[in-house]
Design a protein around this ligand. Structure first.
Ligand SMILES: [Fe+2]
Length: 442
């Protein structure tokens, strides 16, 4: 259905706001360091920041200026340089990349054309423009690179350049587990206009009763696993995890070091003592899986995570977010790089799900026990490379977003995926287990 004139004007306004708000974050992340730092590769896992910058502009040019707008190319000559599939990350620093000034000028040229297009575009039934989808996709793409660039900042050596107030203190006591009763729920979405292909379609999933942690696993709990010799005991690790632990020399989460009797962590260039009541972050899937085994539990499946986050027992329907259908505010969740680390457990009582599961959205991405696949009835849109080429056994699903994720890119249906060895991302987890027969019939 083509939207009416008022609806179209409202949509234009919303897109303009999101484009500008997201670009301000991109600018902050790339203006916080000098040109040499922008061109440098801070880790073989990451691109130089200046690659992300021009890549964001190039995707915007390809999808909005050329495809939606049907306008002539701005810089067709650089398409290959900024194609993530043609250029592996490790090779990106050796490419003839646009220097920072040229990259910024390119982004401005593309953005001017996009604002011009936004003024005239008709939001017809064409799938790419219905509900402003391509604009929403490009906004979310830039936000995802903003999170990637934030992860690059965390890997960067040298003095701190990013600053933000600390997250809120706990406002509720949150501990223990929550029982989720057996039954069907709706997973995925057909209706969220900017939901990406891998979140679609909505479909019914039947789950037996299970129990899930009310909060993500904290640094304090994770320290007990370390102190108990968890890293040295093959009983807790999968064979692949045990092998990786040995090869990579894993002994603690990334960015931790011993500090007297305790631990310290480095966050964006500053060392401080590890705080016990924060969700643990920068652990790989193998570490999460080993911790869960040590705790006598397991990682939740992706469906279990989503049911805990969205299912409302009062109505039987699935919400957009744990707290309801309203967009996230600063009272609901730690999102959008407002803070530079996860909030302590209990900081967001207003963001809890109806069953009382806390901090599902924001703070840390949560590893699940599920490999990345299409939902039943999946159809690639607008291109196979968005998700479909990653389906299979290589990638594990992460859910819920982190403090570095923008709220627009963080619905209750949003899915992320990565290799089980990765931990430069803002990844944590919570545990789950099957309900006992007594619990299931309570
Ligand atoms: Fe990208």
């Amino acid at each position: 259905m083509t939207i009416d004139r008022t609806g179209a004007e409202r949509l234009r306004g919303r897109i303009a706001v999101e484009l500008a708000r997201t670009r301000a974050r991109t600018a902050l992340l790339t203006e916080a360091v000098d040109d040499a730092d922008l061109m440098r590769q801070h880790s073989p896992l990451m691109s130089p920041l200046v690659w992300d910058l021009a890549h964001v502009g190039n995707q915007e040019e390809l999808w909005l200026v050329r495809d939606v707008g049907g306008r002539p190319p701005v810089r067709q000559d650089i398409d290959d340089l900024y194609d993530a599939f043609k250029q592996p990350r490790r090779d990106r620093p050796t490419l003839p990349l646009l220097p920072p000034d040229e990259a910024r000028a390119y982004l401005t040229t593309v953005r001017d054309k996009v604002y011009d297009l936004l003024d005239r575009v008709a939001f017809t039934d064409r799938p790419l423009v219905a509900d402003g989808f391509a604009f929403g996709m490009i906004v979310q793409h830039e936000q995802q690179h903003d999170e990637t660039m934030l992860a690059t900042h965390q890997l960067r050596a040298g003095p701190a350049v990013l600053h933000a107030p600390p997250p809120p203190e706990p406002r509720a006591r949150v501990a223990g587990e929550v029982l989720v009763p057996a039954g069907e729920f709706t997973m995925g979405t057909d209706t969220d206009p900017w939901a990406l292909d891998n979140e679609r379609p909505a479909h019914r999933v039947e789950l037996p009763a299970y129990v899930i942690d009310a909060a993500p696993v904290t640094n304090g709990a994770y320290r007990q696993f370390i102190a108990d010799g968890g890293y040295d005991d093959p009983r807790w690790w999968s064979p692949a995890g045990w092998r990786h632990r040995g090869e990579a020399g894993l002994t603690a989460p990334m960015h931790w070091r011993r500090d007297g009797d305790g631990w310290a962590y480095r966050r964006f260039g500053r060392w401080s003592p590890v705080r016990d009541d924060e969700p643990v972050v920068h652990v790989c899937w193998y570490e999460a899986q080993a911790y869960a085994a040590w705790a006598g539990k397991r990682l939740p499946t992706e469906a279990e995570w989503e049911k805990a986050a969205r299912w409302d027992p009062a109505t039987g329907r699935s919400r957009r977010y744990p707290w309801g259908d309203d967009e996230p505010t600063s009272a609901h969740a730690n999102l959008g790089q407002r803070h530079l680390w996860p909030a302590p457990v209990g900081a967001y009582p207003a963001g809890a799900s109806p069953l009382g599961v806390h901090q599902l959205i924001g703070d840390v991405w949560e590893w699940t026990g599920t490999t990345f696949r299409g939902h039943p009835g999946f159809a690639a849109f607008p291109y196979r490379e968005y998700s479909e080429v990653f389906f299979g056994d290589d990638y594990l699903v992460l859910r819920g977003g982190s403090f570095g994720t923008d709220q627009v890119a963080c619905r209750g249906t949003f899915r992320n995926w990565d290799y089980p060895i990765r931990r430069q991302i803002f990844s944590g987890f919570r545990c789950a287990r099957d309900a006992s027969p007594e619990e299931a019939h309570r």
